[in-house]
Design a protein around this ligand. Structure first.
Ligand code: TA6
Length: 293
């Protein structure tokens, strides 16, 4: 399988497939623009670090579990066809079915922007593809096609974990004009008019669009920019102390070095996709060292 994958999709030393110590198939990207990796499990982008950055952009827990059928704590889990708990089946897995499924490689090529890879998975009645470009930026597009004879509703979230120098010194800018649902209380809050700072467990779904969301990672003297595409929900999460202690695949103090900003379409902005039609959501992530002045 590995030999066949590399025969069909490897690109010299810039993209090659290996067996991770856990037994999972992992693709490694190494170019003059960036380093990165993804697993076929969940089409899970696990690492991304532009050559210009001294720190990874994506966070990966030191306690993450790499096992068939288990979600990976960090990188970019894909939540689909529902976000959070399943509203009709309490026994269904949180965040849907596809982040713990093994996807297929459909395409790989070198483009002017970087290494492009497309992965595919059928989660009936939907056919999914994820196209990722690893370059100086990370560009991700998730496409969903409804192959049923009737319209179908679904939710999607690219559940991105970002690495921070110190979450207490970080600010998220770009959602000041968006109302949000506090997932911890169920309350809807009006637009705050200010940037987001982490001082406690924070779990919010911001509603509406945002042209760019910036994570001011002051402790790493850098800004991380997310430019969402066709996204009408943005989830902002930091588990803080108590929830970190409750997660077995997450270090008790790791909340200090991460946050999630998730490009999504979640109720009430869930997708209703007509029979035979498609929808897509994506983003471009870039990073720059904060200006010294
Ligand atoms: O996106 C935030 C959230 O919904 C939180 O409530 C928290 O549960 C997080 O996702 C992680 O979920 P997971 O199922 O990966 O542990």
């Amino acid at each position: 399988m590995l030999q066949e994958l590399n025969r069909r999709f490897a690109i010299g030393e810039q993209l090659k497939f290996e067996i991770h110590p856990s037994g999972l198939v992992q693709a490694k990207i190494n170019t003059d623009k960036c380093s990165g990796s993804f697993f076929l499990l969940g089409a899970h982008i696990a690492e991304f670090q532009p050559r210009s950055q001294s720190q990874p952009i994506l966070f990966m827990s030191g306690e993450a579990v790499f096992e068939f059928g288990k979600p990976i704590r960090g990188g970019i889990p894909i939540c689909f066809p529902w976000f959070g708990p399943n509203k009709r089946d309490a026994n269904a897995p949180t965040h849907g079915l596809v982040r713990t499924a093994v996807w297929d490689v459909l395409e790989s090529k070198l483009t002017a922007s970087g290494v492009l890879v497309t992965l595919g998975y059928q989660s009936a009645p939907f056919r999914l593809s994820l196209t990722v470009v690893f370059g100086e930026t990370l560009d991700v597009t998730m496409n969903v096609r409804n192959e049923a004879a009737t319209e179908q509703s679904c939710e999607v979230a690219l559940h991105t974990y970002f690495q921070l120098g110190d979450a207490r010194r970080a600010t998220i800018v770009g959602l000041e004009q968006n109302e949000f649902r506090d997932q911890l209380t169920g309350q809807i809050h009006a637009a705050a008019g200010t940037g987001i700072r982490f001082t406690e467990e924070t779990d919010r779904v911001y509603r509406g669009t945002a042209s760019v969301v910036t994570i001011e990672d002051e402790a790493n003297s850098r800004s991380i920019r997310i430019r969402p595409r066709n996204s009408y929900s943005t989830v902002v999460w930091n588990p803080w102390v108590a929830k970190s202690q409750r997660m077995s695949d997450f270090g008790d103090d790791e909340f200090e070095r991460m946050c999630c900003v998730e490009t999504a379409n979640i109720a009430p902005h869930n997708w209703i996709i007509e029979a035979g039609q498609s929808q897509s959501v994506g983003f471009e992530i870039s990073a720059s060292s904060a200006s010294r002045n």
